[in-house]
Design a binder for this molecule. Structure first.
Ligand SMILES: [Zn+2]
Length: 227
């Protein structure tokens, strides 16, 4: 099964992609991971990626598309894959044309909740473990969102290593709003490109991770059975 996972920043795309990939026994692919791998290995591509990142520029579509195309020809992709947050542009989507994507999953959460969740995110300054101190229970347009907090056992201390918890500078309402606006602008043409050609499943992210993984799996099952 070949899946594209869409969703705004802060919705937990990475988490859901890896959990669903595990359940389906397919690989989870994110451009971020591939970039990091090239950077770590110091490949020619890695050096090119680095030069763009140093200038604070986005890596050009052709390079990203090339990397992805190459990645998708590797053996572990034969059984299927999930693309985590890719393609981001129509050019990237067109480069994927040869891959027969079965379904696009769109994770939906109101901005208000994304902002509240982002502001409540805490990260261990030593090991990078992520926590969320918000105990969410809110109803928006008749939909109730209940997501328990993921707080550390001892306040402001990492469960794993005892390190102090900090808030990322860009986890503030204004910067989150900007990130969401950029996401909307970017994703609109991509969604339009796929509209009517590939099946979309839209999931309202109303609950905790385990619950939502089950909801997604339930929606995927009939599609999986038809393959
Ligand atoms: Zn830690």
């Amino acid at each position: 099964m070949k899946i594209i996972m869409f969703g705004p920043p802060g919705v937990g795309k990475g988490t859901y992609s890896s959990r669903i990939a595990q359940k389906l026994g397919i690989v989870n692919i994110s451009t971020g991971d591939i970039f990091r791998e090239h950077l770590d290995r110091g490949t020619e591509l890695g050096r090119r990626i680095e030069s763009y990142m140093k200038k604070g520029k986005l890596v050009p579509d052709e390079i990203v598309a090339n990397i992805m195309r190459r990645r998708l020809t590797q053996k572990d992709c034969e059984g299927g894959f999930i693309l985590d947050g890719y393609p981001r542009t129509v050019t990237q989507a067109m480069a994927l044309e040869d891959e027969k994507i079965d379904v696009i999953i769109t994770l939906i959460v109101p901005d208000e909740i994304l902002i509240a969740k982002c502001v409540a995110r805490r990260i261990c300054k030593d090991c990078g473990e992520i926590y969320n101190i918000l105990n969410l229970d809110r109803t928006i347009e008749d939909v109730r969102y209940v997501v328990p907090s993921m707080s550390p056992q001892i306040e402001k201390k990492c469960d794993k290593c005892g390190g102090g918890l900090i808030q990322r500078i860009d986890d503030n309402p204004q910067m989150i709003k900007t990130r969401l606006e950029i996401y909307r602008e970017q994703s609109k043409p991509v969604v339009k490109y796929y509209h009517g050609r590939i099946q979309f499943i839209e999931i309202n992210m109303t609950g905790a991770v385990n619950l939502m993984v089950n909801v997604i799996m339930e929606k995927l099952t009939p599609i999986l059975n038809k393959l």
